[in-house]
Ligand binder design. Sequence first.
Ligand SMILES: [Zn+2]
Length: 118
Amino acid sequence: MGGPAPAVPRKASPHEADPELTPFTCVECGGALWVHVNDDVLRLRCRVGHSYSIDGLLLDKHAALERALWAAVVALEERAELSRRIVRRLEGSGLSTQARRIRASIVADEAQASSCGS
Ligand SMILES: [Zn+2]
């Protein structure tokens, strides 16, 4: 990995307009993105130097969103499984009131995981 070229916002050529800060963040490093227009070609770059076309940024944001949603599904399913184990232990100890309360959270976690994964 050669790493990104440094791209501190600056005017690189007479054909490049002054970079403009956007409300968007770099998928790779989370840094702010600047719009650079050079010869009518628009690129978004972070301070580190990661660079995106508009379409490329959209695709990378979609992929990052997909990863985040699947991570949420896994976390919700794991929490539901842990809760099920706790419920079994509580029921085995005759603590059905606490078990009933936790069982309600399992239903909520599974519903959320299902809506994230669909
Ligand atoms: Zn970056």
